[in-house]
Design a protein around this ligand. Structure first.
Ligand SMILES: Nc1nc2c(ncn2[C@@H]2O[C@H](COP(=O)(O)OP(=O)(O)OP(=O)(O)O)[C@@H](O)[C@H]2O)c(=O)[nH]1
Ligand SMILES: [Mg+2]
Length: 400
């Protein structure tokens, strides 16, 4: 029997297994592959520091969604520092709740030093990848202990991103105007020569719109991109899944998955597959849509609902033999149905690409919904309709 992921699969074994897949078999396979896909994402670990009320929780919610904060107080890891793990495992947050400068800062640093030392022996995805240091602009001063704290974080090997929070801004995207005193404060901090990324400056932000002052949300994307710049490669996929602001990065990650799966499918079809053996493509496609789901950071906690959706779209909603799964989709592929008795590598690739793109449209829709609405969407017929519509679009040759 071929080892999983073997480049030269034993086709007869694979085929037997694939043929045995009915809808519940596909669902079970998806659930397993989704677990593997989330595990493969690893975990992005972020430490967030700043005085109480500086806006740590608000900022984290704005960039990663509500779920981390909802996990409550989190597990104390060292004095003044709590660890929150996102329920889906791809985001870990060290939150210095109630942190003040001076003595309590020293205590946190002592604990942190030990923590970082212990983490050195752990796999990279367990280590802390970046630190955010928040200063509320209206404090208008940076105390010496705060500067020492930033320097100490840098000496621990943590890239520190400085963030000026709750900065009033008006004028929108077209004529953005940041409060001049905040700019002055940011310039002052820059003049201190602190080891802040990028360029020794603090990033001005406002994470909550304030209708009273007319102040708008800004700076969050800048902060996110600065974070990407310092995060090691190994934690990038997890950061992409965890963040909720940069949709394009999620799309790119999903497209990379599709690209790889298309290559696998083309290989499977290199020796043309008889229609009756089309089930051979199913495991590749199940893995692909599981990995796309993880790339988008759709909640693993909803894997049951997702598995039902996945098996429904890949089987056409019927409980039937595996060979039906792919042949029912083939009709959407240009040239697929007229190819005669066999599926070529090209048709296998085109079909797989279309399935990937159609699943992306389901993920894109789901991710925009509030958690409650998302559950309802996943439980209904919406995903299948979206999927089918996307398949039909890709199956229509562009005649322009
Ligand atoms: N307008 C505006 N208000 C903010 C912003 N960030 C935080 N706030 C408000 O400031 C208060 C404190 O914010 P938190 O996010 O709870 O601060 P924290 O740093 O987590 O505080 P602790 O958990 O006590 O350490 C809350 O009332 C927020 O609504 C911001 O960017 N803009
Ligand atoms: Mg907080």
């Amino acid at each position: 029997m071929a080892a999983p992921g073997s480049p030269t699969p034993d086709r007869s074994d694979d085929l037997d297994r694939a043929r045995d897949l009915d809808q519940s078999g596909v669902a079970a396979m998806f659930t397993q592959r989704l677990d593997e896909a989330f595990a493969a994402l690893g975990c992005f670990n972020l430490a967030v520091f700043g005085k109480t009320g500086s806006g740590k929780s608000t900022l984290v919610n704005a960039i990663f969604g509500e779920q981390v904060a909802q996990t409550g107080v989190g597990q104390p890891v060292t004095k003044g520092l709590h660890y929150h793990r996102h329920p889906d495992g791809f985001l870990g947050l060290y939150d210095s709740e109630g942190f003040e400068t001076g003595t309590s800062g020293d205590a946190i640093l002592a604990g942190l030093r030990q923590l970082v030392a212990e983490h050195r022996t752990l796999p990279v995805d367990r280590q802390i990848h970046a630190a955010w240091y928040l200063v509320r602009w209206s404090d208008r001063r940076l105390e010496i202990p705060q500067e020492s704290f930033i320097t100490a974080l840098d000496e621990l090997g943590l890239p520190v991103i400085g963030i000026l929070t709750q900065v009033p801004q008006r004028g929108g995207d077209i004529h953005p105007q940041i409060h001049p005193e905040a700019i002055e404060f940011a310039d002052f901090i820059a003049s201190r020569g602190l080891p802040l990324r990028p360029e020794g400056r603090m990033i001005p932000t406002n994470a909550l719109a304030d209708p009273f002052t007319g102040s708008e949300v800004f700076g969050l994307d800048h902060l996110l991109q600065a974070t990407y710049q310092v995060v090691p490669e190994v934690a990038t996929a997890a950061l992409t899944a965890a963040q909720i602001l940069d949709r394009e990065r999620k799309r790119q990650a999903a497209r990379r998955v599709i690209h790889q799966s298309v290559a696998v499918a083309a290989g499977v079809g290199a020796t043309p597959i008889p229609f009756s053996d089309a089930a051979l493509l199913v495991p590749t496609q199940v893995s692909m849509i599981a990995r796309i789901t993880a790339a988008y950071g759709l909640p693993a906690g909803r894997s049951k609902a997702l598995a039902t959706v996945a098996s429904t779209v890949l089987t056409g909603g019927a409980t039937m033999a595996g060979r039906y799964l792919v042949t029912s989709l083939i009709k959407f592929v240009p040239g697929g149905a007229i190819a005669g008795s066999a599926i070529s590598g090209t048709v296998a690739a085109t079909l797989t690409r279309a399935v990937g793109a159609a699943w992306m449209s389901v993920c894109e829709h789901a991710i925009d919904l509030e958690p409650g609405d998302r559950d309802a969407f996943l439980a209904g017929s919406g995903p299948r309709q979206l999927f089918t519509a996307a398949m039909k679009r890709s199956g229509t040759p562009d005649r322009r």
